[in-house]
Ligand binder design. Structure first.
Ligand SMILES: [Zn+2]
Length: 221
């Protein structure tokens, strides 16, 4: 049976039909050993400007583990965290690490898309970027897709009023899509159901599409 892929979550969900990539940083320390697969990164909100070297060293230790599947979430946030110039340099350090260990980057971006486009352009041939929780306009979606990034859609797709996002999802090429439940209370299966209806396909076909992308990005043999 094809599993559901949950590309980014803050929930520890032991369900053997789902391959979940949990966010290591926001998982309570006592529960981290329960994570089967995870991503590790320094979120812009949680940058330790006083002792960054130590923070980055701790990240590296997690990043090289085989069950760490990606670097992130990390990225840029104009509304929260240190100065954007600091965020950019720390984001680029994490991208360099991702390139070195050949793992994709799960990106958090709030109101800093112009800068993100420039960064993706710089590294697009060296690493895969997955824009998590995508809920932006079509112009931003098209730019990101043109740069080869993957768009990961979450519970915003469940909002019946969000016609714009449903349209963008419908238009996103199948080979550049992911699905996640992030920190939302809903189950990832619910998002797959809605996703399949927007793409006008069977749930199983939706699962196949995302599983194929998972294999492309995450499994190298
Ligand atoms: Zn998240």
């Amino acid at each position: 049976m094809i599993p559901f892929i949950n590309i980014h979550t803050h929930q520890i969900d032991v369900n053997y039909n789902i391959i979940s990539i949990a966010d290591w940083c926001t998982t309570p320390i006592s529960q981290r050993s329960n994570l089967l697969l995870f991503s590790a990164g320094i979120h812009p909100w949680f940058i330790n400007t006083i002792n960054f070297d130590k923070q980055f060293q701790a990240l590296k230790e997690q990043a090289i583990k085989t069950n760490c599947k990606a670097i992130g979430e990390c990225g840029l946030d104009k509304l929260k965290g240190p100065d954007l110039s600091i965020q950019i340099s720390i984001f680029e350090k994490q991208i360099a690490l991702a390139i070195q260990i050949k793992k994709p980057v799960i990106v958090h971006c709030v109101q800093a898309y112009d800068m993100l486009f420039a960064i993706i352009k710089k590294y697009q041939n060296q690493v895969v970027f997955i824009i998590h929780g995508f809920n932006q306009n079509q112009q931003i979606a098209l730019q990101l897709l043109k740069l080869g990034a993957y768009l990961s859609f979450g519970n915003a797709l469940l909002n019946v009023k969000n016609e714009r996002l449903k349209y963008i999802f419908a238009q996103t090429p199948n080979h550049q899509l992911f699905i996640e439940n992030d920190d939302a209370a809903c189950k990832v299966e619910q998002i797959y159901e809605v996703a399949a209806s927007i793409k006008k396909c069977e749930l199983n076909v939706m699962k196949e599409i995302i599983f194929a992308n998972y294999k492309t990005v995450f499994i190298h043999e």
